[in-house]
Design a protein around this ligand. Structure first.
Ligand code: EPU
Length: 416
């Protein structure tokens, strides 16, 4: 099993280019099952989750070719399977996103019911509510879930919570349903907009993505397209926090700055200088990091995927910070690991109270999930000694070449 070792490092400095967004690439790969002509995806990040999704597409009968770095060609003309396995679902829960496309394209889909994960129970009731409203029969037995429909018919669907995955799955099912589907209280994340843009390039009729009401008029069939994945706002945010925590100076390139407004605002609040310039953002750290409070919310609120990294920063900021996690019920697994390194954090339900300390010390720690792993890399950069991070497969699921990228900024980081 790989481990990542992080040694206390000098302030990080330099330029770093952000990769394509994992959470855009995964649904767009799933949506590639909808078109019958060649699809070329550019700026696809080189990640474990992307590999698994490509494996799922191949298993279903799509032809998947890796043309060049970050470029994948997919042809789904001959989908001949509708079932995915427990193993693949276990490796990447996003593979559940093939349900919507398969249901609308071939009328049936069967997969393993996704289990809970380190950040919560993560139910799928809202995805199913949407499929049912469009006329699908849902069948759950022995841990498998099937959805079947001779014909999907558009309907008005209200999501009780603006779930990203449910919005994506329902949107993908609706693009070839009969008539119009109106999705109310839809998620508004930039990744939803990227998916809608991609679907429209294939010939779909999706309007309103990026607002809480998305209207999808069904079409008979979808073709092919070339599409570039948007930059990863969470990877960008992680490097911005790296500049703050090491009191460094980093220019993050390939960023859509409007996607990271809460991160920019909070870094300014803690005392950093942040300069936006086109698709670049520069963060200059401060010698006196101040406490701040964050409350995670669906977009455009503060992203839950940046919560752990900010908690790392708050652990060494002066004063008391409060974090309220409202999106996932159990996304505080990193707290125990941070405490092993000397952080002073108390959890009370969905809130964490962080009393900043002057210094942290290294310890063997475990990446309990992807963003928890990123938070441990960040504290490793400022903790005395060498921090040994285990279970780094979580980090590899969502950060491309993490140690190379950090090392290029002057971090003392390596993999063993
Ligand atoms: N939820 C339900 N019912 C559902 C679906 C969701 O109750 O049918 C609840 C979940 O339990 C959770 C909340 O809604 O409490 C939010 O879940 P959502 O469906 O929005 O999340 P997701 O689609 O499973 C995506 C990202 C996550 C990111 C969340 C929130 C992908 C592949 N994953 O997950 O990314 O945290 O949206 O923004 O897009 C990560 O990258 O580290 C990551 C976990």
């Amino acid at each position: 099993m790989d481990k990542i070792m992080v040694e206390k490092s000098p302030p990080l400095r330099g330029n770093i280019r952000v990769s394509g967004a994992k959470n855009s690439a995964l649904p767009i790969l799933a949506a590639s099952l909808l078109g019958t002509e060649d699809i070329i995806l550019e700026d696809v990040p080189n990640l474990k989750d992307v590999d698994v999704m490509c494996e799922v597409l191949s298993l279903l009968g799509a032809k998947v070719e890796f043309l060049d770095e970050g470029i994948i060609k997919i042809n789904s003309a001959n989908i001949d399977n509708y079932e995915t396995s427990y193993e693949l679902m276990n490796k990447a829960r996003a593979s559940f996103l093939v349900m919507g496309p398969l249901l609308t394209r071939i009328g049936k889909t069967k997969t393993s019911l996704p289990g809970g994960c380190a950040i919560g129970t993560r139910p799928i009731d809202l995805h199913l509510k949407g499929f049912r409203a469009m006329g699908a029969e849902i069948d759950v037995d022995h841990g498998n879930i099937g959805a079947y429909a001779n014909k999907l018919v558009g309907d008005r669907i209200y999501l009780d919570f603006p779930s990203v995955g449910a919005t994506e799955n329902i949107m993908m099912a609706a693009v070839m349903a009969e008539g119009e589907t109106i999705l109310d209280n839809a998620a508004m994340e930039p990744e939803i907009v990227d998916l809608a843009n991609f679907l429209n390039k294939l010939g779909a009729d999706v309007k309103g993505a990026g607002t809480s009401c998305i209207r999808i008029r069904g079409v008979k069939e979808l073709g092919g397209a070339t599409h570039s994945i948007i930059p990863d706002r969470i990877e960008a945010g992680t490097f911005m926090v790296a500049a703050a925590i090491t009191k460094g100076d980093i220019l993050v390139e390939n960023v859509i700055t409007s996607h990271i407004k809460p991160v920019i605002a909070k870094l300014r609040e803690v005392g950093c200088e942040v300069y936006e310039n086109g698709d670049r953002v520069r963060v200059i750290g401060t010698q006196n990091l101040k406490a701040t409070d964050i409350k995670t919310l669906p977009y455009p609120g503060f992203p839950t995927d940046m919560q752990a990294q900010f908690m790392a920063l708050m652990s060494v900021s002066e004063g008391t910070s409060v974090v309220i996690e409202t999106v996932f019920e159990n996304r505080f697994m990193h707290v125990d690991e941070l405490k092993r390194m000397g952080a002073n954090i108390k959890i009370d339900g969905r809130s964490a109270i962080i009393q900043g300390v002057d210094s942290l010390m290294s310890a063997p720690v475990r990446a309990t999930d992807l963003r928890a792993g990123a938070a441990l890399v960040l504290v490793g950069l400022v903790a005395d000694g060498i921090t040994e991070i285990r279970d780094v497969y979580h980090i590899d699921r969502g950060y491309e070449s993490i140690e190379e990228k950090f090392a290029s900024l002057g971090a003392k980081i390596y993999r063993v």
